[in-house]
Structure formats: structure tokens, C-alpha cells
Design a protein around this ligand. Sequence first.
Ligand code: ZN
Length: 338
Amino acid sequence: MKLRSALACLLLAACSTTEHVREPAVAKPVSPASVIQPPRQRSDVIVVCGERIPIGVPVVLWSERGAYDAYSTELRFPAEPPKEIPDGLRYQPGRKVSKGDGTTRLVSLSGTPACSEEARAAVDQFVIHYDVCGTSRQCFKVLHDRRKLSVHFMLDVDGTLYQTLDLSDTAWHARQANSRSVGIEIANIGAYPPGDRTLDEWYPRDEQGPYVRFPAWMKDTGVRTPHFVARPARPERVTGPIHGKSYEMHDLTPQQYATLVKLAAGLCRAFPKLAPDCPRDAQGAVRTDALSDQEFSQFRGILGHFHITADKQDPGPAFDWERFLEAVRAELAGPAPQ
Ligand SMILES: [Zn+2]
């Protein structure tokens, strides 16, 4: 990744030099439209096989300054080291690709001519997690610097979206779904059994309702929007069953839903096997339990971590599946971002 970063710096330097040289050549005042602008790097793209695909909301890529790079084997926060420092890769290069004879093989896709085609064939699930960390900064610290894990996207409380890996590579976020999925960790402290004090501590109320109060030990939240106050999309806690047990939780922020809808629509466009729907029961209601092995192997679409394994509750009872999916389908009915 150091090479990629260095290359990006060189390219940026080249652009600014060209512009600098051009300026004195303008002899007299000109209208803004006639000034040649350097090509602007788009910021609303996700990256698949090195290709930049517009999704209509800003994305902070792993190569950018101050971002989160899952390719790195260094600590992201060396000033906050864990007791045991993990080493080695935090992800699996490539994807498991079907070989047509019923078997699959792990193939490194990056830079190969068939990368896009193979990635489109391999990816048919989008797995949604909440991070139980509260911020994307803390989430990356736990995943990368402590647990030797990874996830393609992180979505912070203010709606900032981070991509940490090219989607042709496999992130380690949901065991049996890893090889065929794209994963996202959404900043939220999570769901708890009724009566647990965690939500009281994280969500005090003011005259406008509940808001997130980050704990004092979290000196730097990493949230990019200055003075951002994170408020749940719905003011009341949502209680509901996951795997037959009751949990309560505060909803995501409206900014998170808005970004997630754009990302999900972008993924459905980029990966044609990925359907804009979630696991449902015979009556058409959103499933609140884990799929059987057979159901899981056949499911192509958007699912929660709890749909994959019975020991997880994320993205929890407050995640508003119907509203989210309706918005994704509406987005897909319109023109793709150009
Ligand atoms: Zn999870």
C-alpha cells in the first residue's frame, strides 16, 4: 500500500504542477467557464477491481489521508497499542470463484483481466453489522489493531462512508459469508436485553430527544462532521425479537440510512446477483432468526449478521428493514449516478 500511496502523491503533485505552470499564461481576465480546470478526482465512488463506480454519496477510500486501510499490516493507531499486537494480513486477497464443476477455488483477482467478471460472479450477499463501538474510528481500531479482522465498509454516525478494501478482495467479517459477500459495520452501540444500562449511558435526552454522548475515555471520536450531534432516526427505543429473545436498541441516524441506501443501490448495480431484498418468512415478514444452511446457501441479497449465525444480534431490532429496502428499490428505479 505504501507504493499505491506514493503513486497517488505523485499524481496529485503532477496535477498541481501542471496547473501552476498554466496560470501565468492567462494574459487577461477570462470568464470562469473558459479556465481549464484540472480533472477533479471524484469522491462519490466505490472501488471494485480498481474501477471507480459512482454511488452518489461521498466515500472515503482506504488510500486517502486519515482514512482506514485494511491492506496495511501496521497498527492504525500506534499510540493506542493493544496488549498483543497482531501481525499478518487482516483480509484474504481475492475471492472464491466457482470452477463450473461444482467446486470453488480461491483466486486472487486484483489486476487480472477477468477481475470484474469473476467478482460479479462471486458476490451475491451484502451483510449488515452494527459495530458495538459507537464510531468508525473505534471500530477500525478493534477490528484491525486488535482482532485481526476486516470489513469492506464502515458507516460513521454522521453518514460518512469509509471503504477499506477493494471489493474483489475478501474481508473477514462474517465467517461463512465472507467469500461471497460485501460487509459493512455501522457505528451504533448495539442492542441489549431490556433493563441493561448501556443505552441510558449512551443516549441521554435533551429537549429534542435522545442523542449519542460518547464516553469520556473516547477523547477523539474521529467523526468528520464538526460538532455533529448524532440522533436516532426514531426518537423512541425500538424493542423486538432476535432469535426469539427480546432486545432494545436505538435506531441508526437518518444520515446513516441515507448513505446506506445509496451504497446498497450501488452494490446491487455493481453485482447483478445481489437482490434488493432480505430474508423473509412464509408470510413475507422480515426474518428475525438465522437461516438454515440450505437457506443460506441459496439466499442472494441483503442480510443481517443475525441471519447468518444464531450467536449474533446485529443489526438489531431497530434496523428498519422495510423502510431501507423500499428506499433502495426506489433508488434503483431511478437513473444510476453518472
Ligand atoms: Zn456483526
